[in-house]
Design a protein around this ligand. Structure first.
Ligand code: NAP
Length: 238
């Protein structure tokens, strides 16, 4: 059992997830980092965090599978015995327009990004309710506008649904002291399609990963904030 605070990050071993993990380690969270397929990258990230003094446990789980998510949360109950922060960071992005969009591509985005977000909240809820924990979902810039997206419709639908889930869970879980919010990155320094959008960012530059952890830090400290989305996007998609 763990005496200190415990954070679990889905898809937490690479890119944004790994950055948020390193930030949380500086705030004395013990880390449960989930990955799906890239064991080598996960081990490399964990080894670096541990060498910097963090406590890290890696858990392989497919967040698109309710059985797998149930097992992940059960392992936290057994090993850490508490959960203070859950970040659902998995966000499968496969920009496929309707002409090529197959049911399999659709299912992967919806199950990983949206259903997985619900599975995580569902199975983590008893742990989060023990001491009033926090859930953070990862959206994407402009998600709070109800707009068409013919470029990546499955991703758009999954993240729009996730925002509604954020607000709904925030209201439902407030009586048990659990807060639920969303952070929505825009074009970050590591974004796969930054080149196309660079000129459309009002603040004139891509975001730094540290600007995402600033938002996370705010949400951790802001005890009276629940059900909100914070775009960290330099005004992109306004
Ligand atoms: N990067 C950006 O510019 C940007 C912009 C807007 C929004 N976002 C959002 O921010 C979040 C993080 O973005 P990112 O670009 O850092 O993520 P990413 O590189 O696309 O993926 C992060 C991790 O998700 C894991 N993953 C994928 N499917 C999974 C599943 N079914 N179960 C468990 N793990 C799974 C992968 O693990 P394995 O390595 O083991 O396969 C991967 O390491 C996402 O929600 C994304 O939508 C990012």
């Amino acid at each position: 059992m763990t005496a200190g605070k415990v954070a679990c990050i889905t898809g937490g071993t690479r890119r944004i997830g790994a950055h948020l993990a390193a930030y949380l380690a500086t705030r004395d969270f013990d880390l449960v980092l989930n990955y799906k397929s890239d064991r080598k990258a996960a081990t490399k990230t964990a080894d670096k965090l541990v060498s910097d003094g963090a406590s890290v446990r890696l858990v392989r789980a497919d967040i698109a599978s309710k059985t797998s998510v149930g097992e992940l949360m059960e392992s936290i109950r057994e090993h850490e015995g508490r959960l203070d922060l859950l970040i659902h960071n998995v966000g499968v992005y496969d920009p496929t327009g309707f002409d090529e969009l197959t049911p399999d591509v659709w299912d992967t985005a919806i199950q990983s990004n949206l259903s997985g977000g619900f599975y995580c909240a569902h199975y983590a809820r008893p742990l989060l309710e023990i001491q009033g924990g926090v859930i953070v979902y990862m959206g994407f810039a402009g998600v709070d506008a109800l707009v068409a997206n013919v470029f990546a419709p499955a991703y758009q639908v999954s993240k729009t649904g996730l925002l509604v889930l954020t607000k709904s869970l925030a209201k439902a879980l407030a009586p048990s002291g659990v807060r639920v919010n969303m952070i929505s990155p825009g074009q970050m320094e590591n974004s796969v399609d930054l080149a196309e959008d660079r000129g459309r960012i009002p603040l004139g530059r891509p975001g730094k990963l540290t600007e995402l952890s600033h938002a996370l830090g705010f949400l951790l400290d802001a005890d009276y904030v629940t059900g909100v989305n914070i775009d960290v996007a330099g005004g992109h998609k306004l």
